[in-house]
Design a binder for this molecule. Structure first.
Ligand code: ADE
Length: 245
């Protein structure tokens, strides 16, 4: 997959894309990240990319021409790709969107800064994406989040693809808790069922913890989950055991 990132701060991506899982994916050619400094498209000797807002108010706004000229050039550099503006006004990023984006062979991410973009450039985006209901100082950290989450879906990026499938939100549900040695730590014991080697029981236990955590911590997510017959049975057992306690 090729990811083009349009930003004023290409240097802040270096460490994130050079190290660990993402770094290996880049080195192994599973993901090709191409940075574009859009100040190169700025106006005049100072390469100006922003200006004060019409009507007054704080901050600066990205001028339309430098950004649009950059986006149009980047679009033409390779195969067709959706252009995604990272803004707090965008659609909410979630695991379903991660999976959808991972289907593309190329995506283009545009990072905002300052008070935002001149509204007239919005039609250059195929859509806008927000990583949460809060305002960041710019789209760069949002772009890193998108690249990180999407690249995990590309087979080979994460050593064990099973772990991706079992992750929180992959199948709509939150992940079950995990434990490792020692089996007793500060008086707290790892649940017996995880230590007895019975994989049918272990799977059932883990699924029941997923159902419980999701229903308690994220009832909004739980309400949208399609429970299988076996999930319904496990969930009923949870309800029965809690009402008999
Ligand atoms: N830029 C500023 N805030 C953002 C957010 N929440 N998501 C994506 N891009 C942003």
């Amino acid at each position: 997959m090729r990811v083009d990132i349009i930003t004023l701060l290409p240097q802040i991506f270096e460490k994130v894309f050079d190290e660990s899982v993402l770094g290996s994916a880049v080195k192994n050619g599973l993901i090709d990240i191409v940075m574009h400094q859009f100040r190169d498209y700025g106006d005049g000797r100072h390469k100006t990319v922003d200006d004060t807002p019409f009507g007054g108010g704080p901050g600066m706004v990205f001028k339309p021409s430098p950004l649009v000229n950059c986006i149009r050039d980047v679009r033409k550099m390779s195969i067709p790709a959706p252009v995604i503006g990272l803004t707090p006004q965008g659609v909410s990023f979630n695991q379903d969107l991660v999976k959808e984006l991972a289907q593309f062979d190329r995506i283009i991410l545009v990072c905002g800064r300052y008070e935002g973009f001149d509204e007239r450039i919005i039609h250059e985006f195929d859509f806008q994406l927000s990583i949460g209901d809060y305002v960041l100082t710019g789209g760069e950290i949002a772009a890193m989040t998108v690249v990180d989450a999407v690249s995990r879906m590309i087979p080979g990026t994460v050593g064990c693809q099973d772990s991706v499938i079992q992750d929180s939100f992959y199948e709509g549900m939150l992940d079950h808790p995990q434990y490792t040695r020692p089996s007793i730590w500060e008086g707290l014991e790892v649940p017996e069922v995880l230590q007895n080697g019975n994989h049918a029981l272990i799977n059932k236990y883990r699924r029941s913890r997923s159902l419980l955590t999701t229903s308690v911590s994220r009832p909004d997510v739980f309400a949208t989950c399609d429970l299988s017959d076996s999930d319904k049975e496990i969930f009923q057992e949870l309800i029965d055991s809690s009402s008999s306690e």
